[in-house]
Design a protein around this ligand. Structure first.
Ligand SMILES: Nc1nc2c(ncn2[C@@H]2O[C@H](COP(=O)(O)OP(=O)(O)OP(=O)(O)O)[C@@H](O)[C@H]2O)c(=O)[nH]1
Ligand SMILES: [Mg+2]
Length: 304
């Protein structure tokens, strides 16, 4: 039976779905997704429920992880299998029914037109999604942090509903232990490999409450962003922080000198803080420069 994916020139279209204890939703997600792609890969990440069986019965190719390794590692496994299967395009979506498989064609369209290597389904391009207000605050904060840190601007950095061209598929691999910061990590990889990115408007369902504590989840993502920025853009991260501290320290120092000239008394507290800030600033600046040089050296060593 022909699928809608037949109209896609970059075949086969492969869906990669990471799943952890999702037996309530995985069956319908796989069935709906199959209408739009040639093959569905479900990475069962050591679930203790019947996710694996339901996914297979619904027609997915199952890739089991014996133990739970986290979302990023599950996607790495799925992308590796997609490369082995010579995928033309890959679609990433969640197993919990929050993403609507009927929107897969709009996600694929920019890649079919040859305009993008990575297409991100954004909840915030058009305000369709019925997202609890308090959750949007955290999502926007993480997007701002990711945009500033990576140098690539998106409206929804945390969306897991994405499509990758073959070129992106060849470049994208997440660092082990990345867990839930993989969406942010993708933004760093876009910058690193000069991939063309586009966003399309999608809706997401928020029928149920969050599964994990959103505060700790947010902190984990933030921690991932800090790790990535220090690995990928040390000069920006340490250099900028160092420069800011140096400027504050210097301004305070000038103020101390002015006060001394005017009142002939030394503002000891301010003077100490000024010296301390300047010292930390210098140290951060040098750390950034040293890490930047090491990174450049390693890159040239890898290329040689
Ligand atoms: N492979 C793998 N997938 C996971 C793990 N935890 C969650 N997932 C999957 O990753 C996707 C997103 O996880 P969710 O827990 O729904 O995260 P979220 O959508 O940010 O948060 P909610 O709003 O609470 O749904 C789903 O398909 C999950 O099944 C995990 O430990 N390993
Ligand atoms: Mg979810």
């Amino acid at each position: 039976m022909p699928t809608i994916a037949d109209s896609v020139s970059l075949k086969p279209v492969i869906a990669v779905i990471p799943a952890y204890n999702e037996d309530r939703f995985i069956g319908s997600v796989v069935l709906k997704t199959r209408h739009y792609v040639d093959r569905v890969l479900v990475i069962d990440d050591g679930s203790s429920d019947t996710t694996a069986r339901v996914a297979e019965e619904a027609g997915a190719t199952l890739i089991p992880h014996a133990i739970n390794q986290g979302k990023a590692q599950a996607i790495n496994t799925g992308l590796q299998r997609a490369r082995e299967l010579d995928a033309g395009v890959v679609v990433l979506l969640d197993a919990d029914g929050q993403h609507d498989p009927h929107q897969i064609p709009s996600l694929l369209a920019p890649i079919e037109r040859g305009e993008a290597d990575l297409v991100v389904g954004s909840r915030f391009l058009e305000m369709h999604s019925d997202i609890p207000r308090w959750r949007t605050v955290g999502q926007h904060a993480l997007t701002l942090a990711t945009n500033v840190a990576s140098g690539v601007a998106l409206t929804d950095s945390q969306s897991g509903f994405r499509a990758l061209s073959r070129r992106a598929l060849d470049k994208i691999r997440f660092r082990p232990g990345g867990g839930f910061s993989m969406e942010s990590e993708m933004q760093f990889l876009i910058q690193q490999h000069s991939l063309a990115v586009q966003e399309v408007a999608v809706t997401m369902t928020y029928a149920e409450g969050p599964k994990r504590n959103p505060f700790t989840h947010g902190l984990q993502v933030l921690n991932g962003i800090i790790t990535m920025v220090s690995l990928n853009r040390p000069l920006f991260f340490f250099g900028l922080a160092g420069l800011i501290l140096l400027v504050i320290g210097f301004t305070l120092g000038v103020d101390v000198v002015n006060r001394y000239n005017r009142y002939q008394t030394l503002a000891t507290g301010r003077a100490l803080i000024s010296v301390l800030l300047a010292m930390i600033g210098m140290q951060a600046l040098f750390t950034g420069m040293i890490l930047h040089s090491i990174r450049a050296f390693l890159a040239s060593y890898r290329e040689a």
